[in-house]
Ligand binder design. Structure first.
Ligand code: 13P
Length: 304
């Protein structure tokens, strides 16, 4: 059976008004229960790792995540995605992003993300375009980010209400049109009120704020660009916003905090207990929050 490429899966999700959840794996033992939850809910999802998760957490390396994925994957339900490779990282350090992404392409990741959101628009366009040129040689889809989904930075964050009311970092629809057109990016991560769960050592255990989404702005971005849109910071957004977002161009939602915190809260008991907590959270998200039971049938129909 031919493997349906990740790009086609995302287009299937967008066409049918559903979404592909991308679950981040900051600890390798989290992967197996996430794959099991996807299979048990008959849902389709991405297994994802961001650079900061092998640097600041315990997913060890891009290669280690790939190898764990080879052991646990079920391609009826899963693909492997490289999340955030920043050009400038959350600690303001410049990253050799091209080398990291080239390694992912050689290793066999199904899709990659370049995050130029801490750059000027022109620099972000240049960096994203360079990655698109490299990745498209192997037919690999590229996700870029325009606007800034805050939350991963180590310094103090603005209060959420202030952030939302000022629209700080929100994606500009006209810039989105230019960005998508000039870079040729396949998927676009947008900022419309969504924020990442904090990952700094002092705040990573705190409960995440409940974020809202500016749906009219999301719709304007969709009107200006033809590409599927991505919602980072997927933990803790109210269900009615999510439903509207999936009808307004969001075809991929990234989820980290909602499955990481249950793992961290239970790991002192045993790995098996922590894995069960991840499974329970992932299954609840898929079936109750995101309503994705059976989504595999529209997203990866060749396996029906
Ligand atoms: P949350 O931690 O808020 O779920 O965000 C995850 C994310 O966007 C990873 O890229």
């Amino acid at each position: 059976m031919l493997k349906v490429p990740s790009g086609a899966c995302i287009l299937n999700a967008r066409r049918s008004g559903t979404v592909i959840p991308a679950f981040n794996i900051p600890y390798l033992p989290m992967m197996q229960p996430v794959v099991a939850a996807l299979r048990d809910a008959d849902s389709f999802g991405f297994i994802a790792v961001a650079r900061l998760e092998w640097i600041k957490f315990e997913s060890r390396s891009m290669r280690a995540v790939f190898e764990e994925y080879q052991r646990t994957k079920d391609e009826r339900f899963t693909r492997l995605h490289l999340d955030h490779v920043p050009v400038i990282d959350e600690d303001d350090i410049r990253v050799d992003f091209e080398a990291v992404i080239e390694e992912a392409l050689r290793t066999g990741y199904d899709s990659v993300m370049v995050d130029g959101s801490r750059l000027t628009l022109e620099e972000n366009i240049r960096a994203t375009k360079a990655i698109v040129e490299i990745a498209h040689r192997t037919g690999t889809p590229v996700e870029g980010e325009l606007g800034a989904v805050l939350g991963h930075e180590s310094g103090p964050l603005p209060l959420y209400e202030e952030l939302y009311s000022t629209g700080r970092g929100f994606t500009d629809p006209d810039q989105a049109k230019r960005f998508a057109g000039e870079t040729g990016v396949d998927w676009l991560s947008v900022a419309v009120g969504n924020v990442h769960g904090a990952i700094s050592a002092v705040s990573r255990r705190k409960e995440k704020v409940e974020a809202r989404l500016n749906i009219p702005r999301l719709r304007r971005i969709r009107q200006m660009t033809a590409v599927p849109l991505v919602l980072h910071g997927g933990t803790g957004i109210r269900k009615e916003y999510l439903k509207d977002a999936f009808q307004s161009g969001i075809a991929k939602i990234n989820i980290a905090t909602a499955i990481r915190q249950p793992y961290e809260e239970n790991i002192a008991k045993s790995v098996a207990v922590a894995q069960q907590a991840v499974y329970d959270s992932a299954l609840r998200l898929l079936t109750e929050e995101l309503d994705l039971r059976g989504s595999r049938r529209t997203i990866n129909p060749e396996f029906s």
